[in-house]
Design a protein around this ligand. Structure first.
Ligand code: GDP
Length: 538
């Protein structure tokens, strides 16, 4: 048994309830460049997975998280897929789910958020809330995911701590509950006041954050004597926060109406240990998940999981397809035969070995909150449920998000019509793009819809390279969508600036060129029953 395997099951044996209690499954949400890759490494370093931060995410050249992680995996022999990083910390098993960095793939990120129990919102101290953070936070709020805020890059000049906290409550209505408070402003960082324990934790500048900081701790009295005015100011600000009701309220955190806030520097490894401690101490453990009928599947029920991500081409030598599933109940054992709820067919998990065989640490067992990568998963699509034994269960499908870009797809080679249909169907199943149909445009002209336009590039590339069915895309001018609540109103929604499409789940989607087009149509027909997309999908 490897070290990671050991950490996975050592405490609590094979009891899913005990094992769930030890799990913390979360994702980092941030705007590109806020420091997500750096923080990921720093977290792994603190958990003693890595011995040296920066060893992978080197200064030379920028690589994506996926390649960073594959390199990390090779170098350290730890259990990493491009979907999740797992490590032991204290008595806990931490699952950090990867989210793509590029804003164009935010639809993938949204789906990952359906598989976590909490999120860490990472902010750049100089920038505060940025557009991508806001979008992702909206998804967290919508799903009721508790959020811990980490204000990063405190080692260099940035905004005032109070101002950043005000921004959280004023712009997104999330009450800040700082657990630490910076001593010395950004750029002249001395350390933090531990608002719960009362003392001072000193920040020591180190070369490139290469080693774990041996952090200096002082009592309040010592800090007052040694640091002076900057300490005094932090104490006064902290008292103001307490008077404002900004002390820790765990119920408010769990309800996602308030957020614990930490200050630190990922690149200097400061505040990262505190973040792990907060995750272990406060973040929710996996709980029973509700099925399509709203009934919760108990943790101790036989194995069940749902697919939140499908990835092809992870192994360039084969056209493989890996489905990443989050375990919801029971114990997963590699080799078990489970049922694919959508088709009722058996699915053998023994093939997990083939791709994970390249890794040193094969997934042998997994518990609620863990992520399992299933190989040869050509039958599995995003949102699908797998379960073992009885009773059968089906979890709700993935919510689909409001697309902002539309294009009609046509095959550029009429002789490849069959491959064209098959390819489009597969892209839809994997969630690469949303595939819509138009009753007026016909079957041969499906409409691709995306949250980010780069999804179209991926679709075009894969249609050509994988299905040998090159496509031409004709962009449509729509930007705003609503679900059609009343089918009989369809004709009123076919206008010069709007159009109705059918979604794979049978619902109808109205697309408008912009907000003005939407508003003027509603003014003309106040009886129109139009609903927001994400809200409805839940
Ligand atoms: P990502 O795009 O969110 O994954 O961001 P990265 O982790 O790649 O970081 C973006 C840039 O910010 C890199 O140049 C990092 O070295 C830098 N960075 C990350 N964390 C810190 C920090 O705490 N302090 C400073 N000064 N720079 C940081």
């Amino acid at each position: 048994m490897s070290a990671t395997e050991d950490a996975r099951s050592a405490v609590g044996g094979g009891d899913p309830v005990q094992q769930a209690r030890r799990r913390r499954t979360f994702a980092v949400i941030s705007h590109p460049d806020a420091g997500k890759s750096t923080l990921t490494e720093a977290l792994a370093l603190h958990a003693r997975v890595l011995s040296e931060a920066g060893a992978v995410h080197g200064k030379a050249g920028r690589r994506g998280v996926v390649s960073d992680w594959l390199a990390m995996e090779r170098a350290r022999g730890i259990s990493i897929t491009s979907a999740a990083l797992q490590f032991g910390y204290d008595d806990c098993v931490i699952n950090l789910l990867d989210t793509p960095g590029h804003a164009d793939f935010s639809e993938d990120t949204y789906r990952v958020l359906s598989a976590v129990d909490s999120a860490v919102m990472l902010l750049d101290a100089a920038k505060g809330l940025e557009p991508q953070t806001l979008k992702l936070f909206d998804v967290c709020r919508h799903r009721g995911i508790p959020v811990i805020t980490f204000i990063n890059k405190w080692d260099r000049p940035g905004r005032a701590a109070l101002e950043l906290c005000d921004e959280l409550s004023e712009r997104i209505g999330l009450s800040p509950m700082p657990l630490t408070w910076p001593v010395g402003e950004a750029g002249h960082f001395r350390g933090v006041l531990d608002r719960e324990a009362g003392g001072f934790v000193g920040y020591e500048r180190q070369a490139g954050g290469a080693q774990l900081a041996a952090q200096q701790r002082l009592s309040a009295e010592q800090a007052a004597a040694e640091i002076g005015a900057e300490w005094q100011q932090a104490v006064e600000e902290s008292e103001l926060l307490s008077a404002d009701g900004a002390d820790l309220d765990i119920a408010a955190f769990n309800e996602a109406s308030a957020t614990p806030v930490l200050f630190g520097s990922a690149v200097r490894n400061f505040g990262v240990g505190q973040l792990l401690d907060v995750l272990v101490r406060l973040a929710p453990q996996p709980g029973p998940r509700a099925d399509v009928r709203g009934k919760s599947r108990p943790l101790e029920a036989p194995f069940s999981a749902f697919v939140f991500k499908v990835q092809t081409g992870m192994d360039p030598a084969h056209r493989d397809r890996v489905a990443f599933a989050r375990v919801c109940s029971g114990e997963f054992e590699r080799g078990m035969v489970v049922t694919h709820a959508a088709t009722g067919r058996p699915f053998a998990t023994k093939y997990a070995q083939q791709v994970f065989g390249r890794q040193r640490d094969t997934v042998e067992t997994a518990y609620p909150g863990d992520v399992v990568g299933l190989v040869n998963a050509s039958a599995l699509g995003v949102g699908d449920t797998l379960y073992a034994g009885k009773p059968a269960v089906e979890f709700p499908g993935m919510p689909s998000f409001a697309p902002e870009h539309f294009a009609v797809a046509r095959t550029s080679d009429p002789g490849r019509a069959k491959q064209f249909r098959r390819g489009i169907e597969q892209l839809s199943q994997e969630g690469v793009v949303q595939v819509l149909h138009s009753q007026t445009r016909g079957e041969g002209a499906p409409v691709l819809a995306a949250v980010g336009p780069m999804q179209f590039d991926v679709a075009t590339h894969r249609m050509e390279s994988e299905f040998r069915a090159p496509i031409e895309l004709e962009r449509l001018p729509y930007r705003v969508v609503r679900l059609v609540g009343d089918e009989s109103q369809r004709p009123r929604l076919q206008t010069r600036t709007s159009e109705v499409f059918d979604r794979p789940d049978g619902s109808a989607l109205a697309a408008f060129t912009d907000d003005i087009a939407l508003r003027s149509l509603i003014r003309l027909h106040p009886e129109l029953d139009l609903r927001h997309v994400v809200a409805d999908a839940e």
